[in-house]
Design a protein around this ligand. Structure first.
Ligand SMILES: [Zn+2]
Length: 414
């Protein structure tokens, strides 16, 4: 898979520029064409019934894992300063690893040494796979490190949106989908899955270390973990003696990635997410559709949030939209190796970005709750999971209303 050399990109993350200039650069970036190649194209996704959606909305409680007021929540365990190669970084990594090992996921700690402006540093990505014997996987990812600052008080930076909250959402998703993934595996083994290809795609969570630049964002001072992992996976051939099913000969690890879905800068109220890549525009539209159906189901009614109309997290696409420019992040090393990417990042960035204000006070519980619900339903439909429904409880009927493709015209044209 080749990548066009004329490819242009926008690097917006760490330019030390006024916001107005950032916005101008962003608009400029929108005009730049980008392209990506993938062997896994558009396919139809299942559509969950409103009954199945209701089950996912309530089980497990979609707030407890992202509640900063609860010191036992996943979020609270992550919400400490955690730059790479520090004791706190290890504490957070150990927490993520033990949470996923408790669910009996296959957990790998990908340790390496990288050269930074402050000398050699130890980095460790965490890769958690539900079913290591599956032939393919869809990756949900975020970075768990927080940005390094040399002096007090900036070194107390906890990166609540960047990216503690997305990491907590990923752990919430693992907990919510784990029993459904077990049931799907049982159906596959019992020969009850009509689409074995989809049923053999597993969920993998990647927690990147070293996303942040130590000084200024450059090609060599940023995305340390992602660069290491993309390189390693693209040069690792899967042995024919592997226990993995349905593999063609000489496949690399990276070629078995269907999509990389990267979360960043989420958890603050009123995010705006844009579709960055044409080849995953259909996935973007599917996520927009999930949000709409959750709203129609009354799932976003929470606390004082009784909105009678939906203010979407997503910027609707329009017919004839080209590729947008993209914001540099952990996906770039994978994109360059042909991986198909869905980048879920708030742009404009949260106003507290890279300031001490990016702490628990920047987070909004109804917003994080909505993200948890969107991810639960979206990944369930992607992976053809079947949440329990009243019908399945009473007479074991399928929880699917239909198997129809998501029609873009229904989703994106306004
Ligand atoms: Zn950051």
């Amino acid at each position: 898979m080749s990548f066009p050399s004329s490819h242009r990109r926008a690097r917006l993350r760490t330019l030390d520029l006024p916001r107005s200039l950032l916005l101008l650069l962003y608009i400029f970036a929108l005009l730049q064409p980008t392209r990506q190649a993938s062997v896994f194209g558009e396919r139809s996704l299942s559509t969950l019934s409103s009954d199945a959606i209701s089950h996912l909305v309530s089980t497990p409680d979609p707030v407890k894992n992202v509640d900063p007021a609860n010191s036992a929540s996943h979020l609270s365990k992550i919400l400490i300063p955690r730059p790479p190669d520090t004791e706190n970084n290890t504490i957070v990594r150990t927490y993520i690893v033990s949470t996923l090992k408790a669910l009996k996921w296959d957990v790998e700690e990908d340790n390496f040494i990288g050269e930074t402006p402050y000398g050699s540093k130890n980095f460790t990505n965490v890769i958690a796979t539900k079913d290591a014997s599956a032939s393919r996987r869809v990756i949900l990812a975020a970075h768990f490190d927080s940005k390094f600052f040399a002096t007090y008080p900036q070194n107390q930076f906890v990166g609540a949106t960047d990216s503690a909250a997305p990491c907590a959402m990923m752990l919430d998703l693992a907990e919510a989908l784990d029993p459904l993934l077990n049931q799907r595996k049982q159906r596959l083994e019992d020969g009850l899955e009509d689409d074995e290809d989809v049923a053999d795609t597993t969920l993998q969570l990647v927690f990147f270390d070293g996303e942040e630049a130590f000084r200024d964002w450059t090609a060599t001072d940023s995305v340390y973990g992602a660069r290491h992992l993309a390189e390693r996976w693209s040069t690792t051939y899967i042995s024919p003696h592997t226990k993995r099913r349905l593999l063609r000969p000489s496949e690399t690890e990276i070629s078995t990635v269907e999509h990389l879905i990267l979360l960043d800068l989420l958890g603050a109220p009123h995010p705006l997410i844009r579709s960055a890549f044409l080849d995953t525009a259909w996935l973007f539209d599917a996520m927009v559709s999930v949000e709409r159906r959750l709203f129609d189901n009354g799932a976003f009614v929470y606390g004082n949030d009784q909105a009678s109309s939906l203010t979407s997290f997503f910027l609707a696409r329009h017919k004839g939209d080209g590729n947008y420019g993209y914001i540099e992040d952990d996906h770039v090393p994978f994109l360059r190796k042909g991986v198909s990417v869905l980048h879920i990042i708030a742009s404009p960035f949260p106003r507290v970005w890279h300031t001490l204000g990016d702490d628990a006070s920047a987070l909004d519980i109804p917003t994080m709750r909505r993200w948890n619900l969107i991810l639960r339903v979206f990944m369930s439909e992607y992976l053809a999971l079947q949440p329990e429904t009243k019908a399945s409880r009473s007479d074991d009927q399928s929880s699917f209303e239909s198997h129809r493709p998501v029609a873009h015209s229904e989703l994106s044209l306004t």
